[in-house]
Design a protein around this ligand. Structure first.
Ligand SMILES: NC(=O)C[C@H](N)C(=O)O
Length: 343
């Protein structure tokens, strides 16, 4: 029987009703006691690294999760992390960069309703997670939620209340769990070589969401105070005319300092392509801007945090690494090649 370590971090799954509203209070052992059927799936031990509503989860807590996985990596066959849903997609993406090439599965799950409620998705999500974690083929970082498996870099919380809170963006669901049975649609070759753990994440990233009529006055502040600016543009990508003058002036300084600007889109599905419209093509040409293409915003942000913390990484190698696929995060390799030719 497989040995799985369950790592508690808090979230609704671990929450109790209090006078101030729902708050995490259950221990991993308490949570586990609600799914006695797990004894037929795998042997589970538990630890807790924090007990937070995931609104409060930050890079320092990702580090605690990575530490727990590394410390117990050789003693267990897989890991199930219980997490709040609000920032679960960020944590799954962050852990995809912080724990790479793991032959053992790291499964992240949570729930929309506490496990101690009569009507809850928590029991199914948790039991499904153990079923997935105990499967021989499972590896790397994945989310198990509402009967679906979502690759760690591909999730987005798209529903605030429903049980099907997460969607897989620009990537298929590799597996589903139906009536306690794992159905795998996509198999991949087992990871070879050693698992790699990373601890440093540089959080000097700002996400600027464009709105119609936005004024350029915020740009100099952002360019001065952050090492990386992710611009959530409209459609396939472009910069509005009225921002351009300030944008160009700041970009000259910014790129000379080796800081990063990455363009992405507010549209959840299908990704960016700045070369389509005049509003995007020229800016991209002039500044050799990076584009997130089909990556999720969560993956884009956490990949940049990971990249910026790597030792002695210059702009060109950061750019190269940003476009290198990790845990299925980016697929538009043809476009990337075109982009290289485009420079
Ligand atoms: N469903 C949930 O888990 C939401 C909760 N606020 C959290 O993210 O911790």
């Amino acid at each position: 029987m497989k040995k799985i370590l369950m790592i508690g971090t808090g979230g609704t799954i671990a929450s109790r009703q209090t006078e101030q509203g729902l708050a995490p209070g259950l221990s991993p052992e308490d949570i586990l006691s609600y799914i006695p059927a797990v004894k037929d799936v795998c042997e589970v031990h538990t630890i807790q690294v924090c007990n937070l509503d995931s609104t409060n989860v930050a890079p320092e807590h990702w580090k605690l999760m990575v530490e727990a996985v590394e410390k117990y990596y050789d003693s267990y066959d897989g890991f199930v992390i219980c997490h709040g849903t609000d920032t679960l997609a960020y944590t799954a993406a962050a852990l995809s960069y912080m724990i790479q090439n793991s032959r053992k599965p790291i499964v992240i799950t949570g729930a929309q309703k506490p496990i101690n409620m009569d009507v809850t998705d928590a029991k199914t999500n948790l039991l499904d997670s153990f079923i997935y974690a105990a499967d021989e083929e499972s590896q790397n970082v994945n989310i198990v939620f509402d009967g679906k498996v979502i690759v760690g870099t591909r999730a987005k919380k798209e529903r605030a209340k429903s049980y099907n809170a997460f969607s897989s963006i620009n990537f298929p669901y590799p597996a589903v769990i139906q009536d306690g049975m794992l159905v795998r649609y996509i198999s991949e070759a087992p990871c070879e070589g050693d698992v790699r753990f990373y601890y440093d994440m540089k959080d000097s990233v700002y996400v600027l969401k464009l709105i119609p009529g936005m004024k350029p006055d915020i740009l100099p502040y952002l360019f001065e105070h952050y090492d990386c600016l992710v611009i959530e543009s409209f459609g396939v990508g472009g910069i509005p005319q009225n921002l351009l003058e300030v944008f160009y002036a700041e970009m000259e300084k910014w790129t000379a300092m080796g800081k990063l600007v990455v363009m992405t889109t507010q549209v959840a599905n299908e990704g960016s392509n700045m070369t389509v419209y005049e509003v995007g093509k020229k800016v991209k040409q002039d500044f050799n801007l990076m584009e997130a293409y089909d990556m999720t915003l969560e993956a884009t942000i956490t990949k940049l945090m990971w990249l910026m913390a790597l030792p002695e990484t210059d702009y060109e190698s950061m750019r190269e690494k940003f476009f290198t696929k990790i845990n299925h995060d980016i697929l538009f390799s043809k476009r990337i090649e075109a982009e290289k030719a485009f420079k």
